[in-house]
Design a protein around this ligand. Sequence first.
Ligand code: DWN
Ligand code: SAH
Ligand code: ZN
Length: 402
Amino acid sequence: MKCRVCDSNPSAFMSFGRMPVANGFLEREKFGSEYFYELKPVFCENCGTFQIEDHPSPDMMFHSDYAFFSRTSEHMRQHFKSYADWVCDKYLGAGDEFVVEIGSNDGILLENFASRGIRHLGCEPSSNVAAVARNQGVDSVVDFFSSALAGRLVSEYQHASAILAANVICHIPDIHDIAVGVDLLLKPDGVFIFEEPYLGSMIEKTSYDQIYDEHVYIFSAISVASIFEQHGFELVELLPQETHGGSMRYVLARVGMRPVHQSVFDILQHERNSGLHLPGTYDAFRSQCEKSKSVLNSRLGDLQAEGRRVVGYGATSKSTTILNYCDIGPDLIEAIVDTTPIKQGKFSPGMHIPIEPPSFFSDNYPDVAVLFAWNHREEIMKKESRFSNTGGSWITHLDFDK
Ligand code: DWN
Ligand code: SAH
Ligand code: ZN
């Protein structure tokens, strides 16, 4: 393949094998027609971008039955409230501001602008989640953000003071088209702010489950800088976040329009010091993934041999990579519990583990819970203290000697 960012040849350093659509929770009748592709991460040494080679088409992933609703986590609601407060304090003026969000989902971020009476618009292709946003008073257009849509928005609305996003820019294969769209839609002194799972955290934790079809890229400051500099933008601030297992918030503005914060120099230097730009880092990452897989498989094999009940907690998109890469099916994990109504009663993509409501867990505790929603650990530990205090134990694929 050619690098999507710079057109040179990235290097393949591993394959996670055959993968289904990560959020494609399905009914038993659909097992026979499930779609698979090969999940193969590659690293481009020329521009420093981590990406996956192949993925299902965007409309196979984002549609009227999209399974992820952002507001399922109370902690994330708080997080997005502070994100909005911070944007208002730091990057919005007091005039007639217009804020656009890419990938607004159920309105978890924009509801905080709506409640302040700030003009806003969400772009969200998955109509079921956008309908929830509308019910929260969040204006949304049901469409994929692109340069073509940006052109239409400029004529129908006005230029935006800020374009915001979270956990979506890394989902969009044609990243240059996004940059062109941002350039069209943004006021001259406007800012483009987005936060996404951070490559540095993924390497540090071996959280390889961040790699799945929707995550076409796992960004670093190095890669974001090299993508957007081609479009006249520069990084002006970087803010590490603890969400989704380690994320980075990137603030971009047109070159010379805003002062560049010290965090940009510090984090770019830190990435070079830790070798995020070097191919050897990804060979080492592959070995860590293999180790994680073998430890998890032997742990689950031992539990099965001892006759212990094991249940998964949180039917995350990330769990699709773990389960399919490690070949873990219902013989090892009897069910996965999840609060999302449209996942319940279906089966996990590829490995077909039943998805059950939380009562399946609390009515009859298993011996061991596999915490697939490990990025929500604190919130879940608070809720599930009775399980932990009555002898239940938690495991994850991240618990192994690194
Ligand atoms: O990038 C993405 C992020 C924002 O969300 C998308 N590509 C898709 C999705 O990824 P994910 O599915 O890995 O996200 P989460 O937030 O780790 O998913 C948590 C899952 O766990 C949800 O299905 C809700 C569920 N859950 C639960 O059952 N009990 C969550 C909490 C907090 C709980 O207490
Ligand atoms: N921002 C939310 C949702 C992240 S999930 C949060 O952080 O919780 C990714 C969302 O992006 C999904 O709702 C998906 O439908 C949407 N999406 C995918 N491709 C998109 C595109 N090209 N333009 C706008 N939204 C997109
Ligand atoms: Zn490249």
